[in-house]
Design a protein around this ligand. Structure first.
Ligand SMILES: Nc1ncnc2c1ncn2[C@@H]1O[C@H](COP(=O)(O)OP(=O)(O)OP(=O)(O)O)[C@@H](O)[C@H]1O
Length: 375
């Protein structure tokens, strides 16, 4: 697919990273040709997504990498489609950059990130019932973590309604490169949803074993390499996904979203206890829809008070934050512009950022596994 490049040019372009995979353009073989002459350079790049998507980021990066030789207006970058064979070839190259441990994981059908020195933290965002704002929390926390410079993936496993891609503003499907699925990017977050692979009008009845299989595929077949965080939007309730997650990613952590009223808190508690039974550590509680503040600064606790605090106490974890009701938060979810992007100065956005900072500061959970106990 790619032409042989002059070594100096190759060395420059090998510093330009393809944003979906985190691997450089040269290693992926994506530079189709580079033609220099008359003080200009034309570069054709194979797009692993759709060449008509705005690839401004990559264009800017390529121009910046060549800035010692060419001014911006002398660099012409075009993107073209890759055919099936070329997509497979990129998949092979993705495999080549894996470490020995990562390759071993693939062979054993384990997630790429589940290597012993992994820096990836897997955060399950859970709630007792639907409609408490679990997906909004997952999306806005993912954006906030990404704004802190972290590489963030968001896996929508809420099989009762795949809302994350729409809320996050995902505009194109995942790429399938050989045996790997590569998530699309939106607002700095790499997003994967089981919903991408189902047609909207097909009703799916998810039973435990099917869910387990689907989750396994989305943990193993997706190119989750080099991530700091993978957030999982879990289906509401006590269920099967927590069980599967605990089995497949023993180092995962759970964050419970609840609303302030006591009834919601009791339901959330049940889901939290289920996670505890699976031996997944619960790391914190997020209270959503805590209050509504008028432009004049008056606060109304529309859904009551104290649920988050109470739940945190019962679970013996911290209440990490209280997110207010904000109209831009709801609107943003409807149009695919998270409030943390559209209005980073709003109270809700700042609260999400504080929660993200606390999650980072807490670090990964320590595991005291019974089999490791010194007797
Ligand atoms: N703090 C908030 N302020 C305003 N609207 C909110 C807030 N949190 C959530 N919403 C809105 O409430 C609705 C439900 O939120 P969301 O989909 O995030 O909940 P969920 O718990 O994931 O529900 P489900 O399980 O049904 O997907 C959405 O329309 C969302 O935009």
């Amino acid at each position: 697919m790619s032409q042989r490049l002059d070594p100096e040019l190759e060395s420059v372009l090998s510093k330009v990273v393809e944003p979906h995979t985190g691997v450089d353009l040269v290693s992926l073989g994506l530079i189709r040709y580079a033609k220099e002459g008359w003080g200009k350079i034309s570069i054709e790049v194979g797009a692993i997504t759709d060449p008509y998507l705005p690839e401004e980021d990559l264009r800017v990066q390529i121009a910046a990498s060549l800035s010692q030789r060419y001014s911006k207006d002398k660099v012409r970058v075009t993107f073209t489609y890759l055919d099936e064979g070329e997509l497979d070839e990129v998949g092979n190259r993705l495999r080549e950059v894996l470490s020995v441990d990562e390759r071993a994981n693939l062979e054993q059908r384990k997630p790429l990130f589940a290597v012993s020195d992994s820096k990836t933290r897997v955060l399950g965002i859970s709630s007792g019932k639907g409609g408490v704002g679990k997906s909004s929390t997952a999306v806005n926390l993912a954006v906030s973590l990404s704004k802190m410079g972290k590489k963030v993936g968001l896996l929508d496993a809420d099989v009762y309604g795949f809302s994350v891609p729409k809320m996050l503003g995902v505009e194109y499907p995942p790429s399938v490169l050989g045996g790997f699925i590569v998530p699309p990017l939106a607002n700095g977050v790499h997003c994967m949803s089981m919903g991408f692979f189902l047609s909207e009008d097909t009703p799916v009845v998810w039973r435990g074993p099917m869910l387990h299989k689907a989750l396994e595929q989305f943990l193993v077949d997706v190119y989750w390499k080099g991530y700091d965080f993978i957030l999982i939007d879990m289906p509401p309730g006590t269920g099967d996904v927590a069980l599967s997650l605990g089995e497949m990613v023993p180092k995962s952590e759970i964050y419970v979203v609840t609303t302030p009223q006591p009834a919601a808190e009791r339901v959330a508690q049940r889901s939290a206890y289920a996670a505890k039974k699976m031996k997944i550590p619960i790391r914190g509680v997020v209270e959503n829809m805590s209050y509504f503040e008028t432009p004049g600064g008056e606060r109304y606790e529309i859904f009551g008070k104290g649920g988050g605090e109470e739940l945190a106490k019962e679970l013996d974890v911290n209440l990490l934050g209280q997110v207010p009701i904000e109209i831009p938060l709801r609107d943003g979810g409807d149009v695919g512009l998270p409030v943390t992007v559209s209005d980073p100065e709003s109270r809700a956005s700042k609260e999400y950022m504080h929660i993200a900072e606390k999650i980072v500061a807490m670090g990964p959970p320590r595991r005291y596994r019974s089999e490791l106990k010194i007797r």
